[in-house]
Structures are given as C-alpha cells and as structure tokens.
Design a protein around this ligand. Structure first.
Ligand SMILES: NC(=O)c1ccc[n+]([C@@H]2O[C@H](COP(=O)([O-])OP(=O)(O)OC[C@H]3O[C@@H](n4cnc5c(N)ncnc54)[C@H](OP(=O)(O)O)[C@@H]3O)[C@@H](O)[C@H]2O)c1
Length: 272
C-alpha cells in the first residue's frame, strides 16, 4: 500500500481557501536565456499550466520582470507566487517596501501569494508572520505562505497567524528526496497547507534515470512525467518544475490526466 491515499486531482487546493490551481505549475529560478524563458512561460499559460513561481532574488529581480510581462500580456487567469527573503520581515515597513518593489518589477498591483523564502534564523517566527500578514491586509497579496519551513517552524507559523491562513509551504520534494514524507507532509495534509514541491526534477537528473524510465515505458510517458506524477499523486502536493524550453513545458503538461497505479507507487517508494 502506498504511504498516502492516491490523489487523482489535477487541480490542487490552495490551503483551505476553496480555490484550486493546476497540480503542475512552472518555476523561474536559474534562467539562462530570458527570451527563451519568456516564450516557455507564455506557452505554459496558454496550455493551462497557469501557476507561476518567482522570487525577489531570482536573477536579482529579472525573473519577476519577465513573469510580470508575460502575465500582463496573457488574457486568462494566472496564479502568481513571489517570495521575499526573510530579512524583509524584520518589521512591517520593511516588508511593505519589499513587496511594493516586487510588484513594481512585476508591473502588477498585487500577486496571489507571497511567501517568506526561508525562515529567518534569528527573528522570532511570530514577528515574521506578523509582517507577512500586513501585506495581505494592504491587498498586496491575496494569500500568505512560507517556504523551507520545517515541522516546528511551520507549527509556529500556523500558531502565529491572527487573520490569514498559511496556505502554502514551498519545500524541496522529489522522487529522490522524500524526506518531507515522514513528518512535514502529514502535518501539511492534516492542517490543509498545500505543499509546492520545488526542484521536483532534481535539476533535470530524473530525466535520464533508468529506473524511472522503466515505469515511463509502461505508461507511454517520459521519466520526467513519471517523476512529477509521483509527487502530485500525494494529497495537497503540487509541483513547480522549471524549463525555458517550450517542448519541455509540453512534457510537464503530460504529467497530468493520469496516475501511476497504487502498485507502482508502492514499488517506487521501495526503490527510492
Ligand atoms: N523556495 C525555494 O527555496 C526554492 C528553491 C529552488 C527552486 N524553487 C522553485 O522551484 C522551481 C523548480 O526547481 P529547480 O529549478 O531548482 O529545479 P527542477 O525543476 O528540478 O529542474 C530544472 C532544471 O531541469 C532542466 N530540465 C527541465 N526539464 C528537463 C528535461 N525534460 N530533461 C532534462 N532537463 C530538464 C531545466 O533546464 P531547461 O530550463 O534548460 O529546460 C532546469 O535546468 C524553481 O525554478 C523555483 O521557482 C524554490
């Protein structure tokens, strides 16, 4: 039996908000060619992968600039997440200034979700969360969340909220790196916190993994699609792989619309 009940949904809840987003979105870290990335992102939105992850620090703000451009030019809905470094949450004014600077780069009046990129090692979590909540209060984002928060940090964050829910914890999760399955993922499922799985392809390594390729062959899929499907088969988990190549964006989409069987998930859990 797999560790978690199989989730067949290709739309995942955003926390307990009642809103749903695609189970596979796109990331924007480490862009090498911005023109290619822009085209890939445009394509992602057109084919329904309309969930984009970015951050203040990606390309020193350049990633936010192209995300904003593509989102503004797109006629449909897009769920945009950005992340601010933890030192921005030292107080409300600093957080407001950083969020406004992100929004200026994006050319948007607000984003859907702002995350604390990683927990500040010295600032108490309740202080970080208090500053984060101010951003939602001012309408700079619709939802708030965290990233790289471990179990105790997430528990403190959940406790610290006064008005808004923590809807997302964005953490590393891949077929090779399943550490969150022990405690963090069960906690997120229990508390209704969506896990955004980052580096879900291990930087592309899964694409050439022979063990994954065996499963891929059986389903007529690629190793990348199997690796993503494994992650989104977990309740409350969505994945945000990155590519600046249009054909790879199509490949990501092919992770949707089917599921590995219980038996194969169980087998994969034993292999990795
Ligand atoms: N919160 C955090 O601290 C944090 C940390 C890391 C990442 N993230 C977010 O998560 C997103 C994804 O993570 P990631 O970028 O670290 O890693 P990833 O999605 O696991 O891998 C991206 C890399 O894989 C390559 N790739 C994509 N499809 C491929 C394929 N079919 N075959 C071979 N290679 C392929 C891409 O190259 P091409 O572009 O050339 O296709 C890119 O270099 C990031 O972009 C970012 O938005 C968040």
């Amino acid at each position: 039996m797999p560790l978690f009940p199989l989730d067949f949904m290709d739309k995942k809840p955003i926390g307990k908000s009642g809103e749903f987003v695609p189970a596979v979105g796109v990331g924007t870290w480490g862009i090498r060619n911005y023109l290619n990335a822009e085209n890939a992102l445009k394509h992602a939105l057109t084919i329904g992968l309309n969930l984009v992850d970015t951050a203040e620090i990606y390309g020193s703000g350049k990633a936010e600039v192209i995300v904003g451009k593509v989102v503004r030019e797109f006629s449909g809905d897009v769920f945009v997440t950005t992340k601010l470094p933890p030192e921005r949450f030292v107080d409300r004014d600093e957080a407001i200034a950083a969020a406004r600077a992100s929004l200026r780069r994006l050319g948007l009046r607000s984003v859907d979700l702002i995350l604390i990129h990683w927990p500040h090692p010295h600032l108490p979590i309740d202080r970080q969360i208090k500053s984060l909540e101010v951003l939602a209060d001012l309408g700079l984002c619709r939802y708030i969340g965290v990233s790289n928060f471990r179990v105790n940090e997430l528990l403190s964050a959940l406790e610290a909220t006064s008005k808004y829910d923590i809807v997302v914890n964005q953490v590393k999760y891949s077929i090779y790196d399943r550490g969150i399955e022990r405690e963090l993922l069960p906690l997120c499922i229990r508390e209704g916190v969506t896990v955004q799985a980052y580096t879900p392809l291990e930087g592309g390594l899964v694409a050439s993994d022979k063990r994954i390729a065996d499963f891929a062959l059986k389903y007529g899929k690629t190793a990348v699609q199997v690796a993503l499907n494994f992650l989104i088969s977990r309740p409350y988990v969505l994945a945000i792989p990155k590519s600046e190549r249009v054909e790879r964006i199509d490949e990501f989409k092919g992770a949707l619309g089917w599921r590995l069987s219980d038996k194969d998930i169980d087998l994969i859990e034993r292999i990795f």
